[in-house]
Design a binder for this molecule. Structure first.
Ligand code: SF4
Ligand code: SF4
Length: 228
């Protein structure tokens, strides 16, 4: 059998690496001053995304049945089922919340959604007129596709539909400031598939009334016994 020769690797110290000095190389970059830049000037310029480009998510809240198929298939574990309160009313089912710090935009979640509630738009520019930290996208609850479409028709630049996101620590309310000046307020009251205490139906009053009546009867029977 032939013996396999192992490659000999020698690590040399940084001080032994000699860089060749060149007077020409620094001047080679000058030619790029006269070339068209590959970047674009947002918001004055835009690039048309490819048809069906996998951009940001949308959600038709009425169609979403809270099945969590989207959360189960997500390879990046970017989806968390979320219980939401809007205008004092708690949604009957949980809805997905997407963490854009984890999402890889594979859109498996959109493909698997049985009701077609979860969708995506071609919007791909994550720029706003505000500060970057004003978009806390790890808590992105997708909004209605019709609203995003309306914003796209108005602005037509494929930027993120929300200008700013705020969270009120006292009221625990999140506000999305959309690009057309409208606001969307909601409160996240819990996570997971099981409804939080606030969303659970209150127990029926009848058994409590019955027990109260029976205790009254017991008391009256006791007093009658004493009288006897
Ligand atoms: S697009 Fe892919 S990574 Fe992003 S939330 Fe959906 S399934 Fe997860
Ligand atoms: S978005 Fe679709 S897959 Fe996800 S919970 Fe709603 S209905 Fe189910």
């Amino acid at each position: 059998m032939e013996s396999v020769k192992k490659p000999r690797v020698r690590i040399v110290g940084e001080e032994k690496v000699r860089l060749k000095k060149s007077f020409v190389k620094p001047w080679l970059g000058i030619k790029y001053l006269f070339k068209k830049p590959v970047t674009i000037k947002i918001p004055f310029e835009r690039i048309e995304p490819a048809p069906k480009y996998r951009g940001f998510h949308t959600l038709d809240w009425k169609k979403c049945i809270g099945c969590n198929f989207c959360g189960q298939i997500c390879p990046a574990r970017a989806i968390e089922m979320t219980w939401i309160e809007v205008d004092g009313k708690i949604e009957k089912r949980p809805h997905p919340k997407v963490d854009y710090g984890r999402c890889t935009f594979c859109q498996f979640c959109v493909d698997v959604c049985p009701t077609g509630a979860l969708g995506h738009v071609e919007n791909c520019y994550l720029t706003t007129s505000g500060l970057e930290e004003d978009l806390e996208l790890y808590d992105w609850v997708p909004i209605d596709p019709k609203k995003v479409q309306e914003l796209n028709e108005k602005f037509g630049d494929y930027r993120f539909p929300v200008e700013r996101i705020t969270f009120n620590k006292e009221t625990k309310e999140t506000t999305y400031y959309l690009r057309d000046g409208t606001e969307f307020r909601f409160k996240i009251i819990g996570y997971g598939l099981k409804p939080p205490a606030a969303a659970r139906p209150k127990p029926a009053a009848k058994p409590a009334q019955k027990s109260a009546e029976s205790s009254k009867k017991d008391e009256s029977s006791k007093t009658e016994e004493k009288k006897g």
